[in-house]
Design a protein. Structure first.
Length: 276
């Protein structure tokens, strides 16, 4: 009888998790904002900018046992968002789609940068996970911690609002990378090695990720959702390597910094200075 019940349980589980599943995540990113360049900026403007930058961004992960699609939820900006569209030019937005083959680790990334689409193919190497033995409840699922270390730039998304003097031509020093321990929590209750972004390969769905830049938490899991999608790789955009895409992004960021600096020097008005 016991063997029969175990067989039934395994059968039900295999049927359940062979269907498409949707997990929703909220991500909050650490950003350093410097307003010292313009001490006369109205307080309400400062608070509005800080609030916008601190708002969590929601993502959806659609997956089955073999593959997944990860993308940002579409959100209409309010008329008061003002310069908000400018931040999105640096690579965020609902056009970004990541397709992952869970068996091979091959990813196809559709990335939008300054209103142009790129198609980036890369293979995510298996990580050396350290299973800490720690556990906690996340929503209705029991989750377990796995960690790994990596070299990472410190949180350096920095914006200075205001004029800069003639001594502003100093070179920006490249920050030294620091060793960061990334904490990832997964649940064997959903025994599929899927997860947001490039966090996958564990014996269960990833529910939470935390490092020195961001916190990513699963807020909802739906089995067989009504809004299921086709789990096929994106095809739009210019094909580039991951290295080429990062070089393009750095070049565009530098061009924008120079543009703001030139505008500031020409009309002597407040400007935005961005470090990526």
């Amino acid at each position: 009888m016991r063997a029969f019940l175990i067989t039934i349980f395994i059968f039900i589980s295999s049927v359940t998790f062979s269907q498409q599943i949707k997990a929703t995540y909220a991500m909050k990113v650490t950003r350093n904002v410097d307003f010292s360049g313009n001490p006369n900026m109205p307080k309400q403007v400062v608070e509005r900018i800080k609030k916008r930058l601190s708002e969590p961004v929601n993502y959806d992960l659609f997956f089955d046992q073999n593959q997944s699609i990860y993308k940002q939820q579409e959100k209409l900006d309010t008329p008061q968002s003002g310069r908000g569209g400018m931040w999105a030019r640096f690579g965020g937005g609902s056009q970004n789609i990541i397709h992952t083959n869970l068996a091979t680790g091959q990813q196809t990334n559709q990335q939008e940068l300054f209103s142009k689409l790129f198609l980036v193919n890369r293979e995510v190497k298996a990580r050396e996970w350290n299973f800490t033995g720690e556990s906690k409840q996340i929503g209705k699922y029991m989750a377990y911690e796995a960690t790994y270390t990596q070299m990472q730039n410190p949180p350096q998304f920095r914006m200075s609002f205001g004029r800069r003097g003639n001594n502003d031509e100093e070179k920006e020093e490249e920050p030294e990378k620091i060793e960061v321990t990334v904490s990832v929590w997964f649940t064997p209750d959903i025994p599929i090695s899927a997860g947001p972004d490039n966090y996958f390969g564990l014996p269960g769905l990833v529910l939470m990720v935390q490092d020195n830049k961001k916190v990513l938490v699963c807020t909802e899991v739906q089995i067989n959702p009504e809004d299921k999608i086709k789990l096929t790789p994106p095809k739009k955009g210019d094909e580039v390597t991951w290295k080429e895409f990062n070089e393009i992004r750095e070049k565009k960021a530098k061009e924008m910094r120079e543009l703001f600096q030139n505008n500031s020097n020409r009309d002597n008005k407040s400007r935005v200075f961005i470090r990526n």
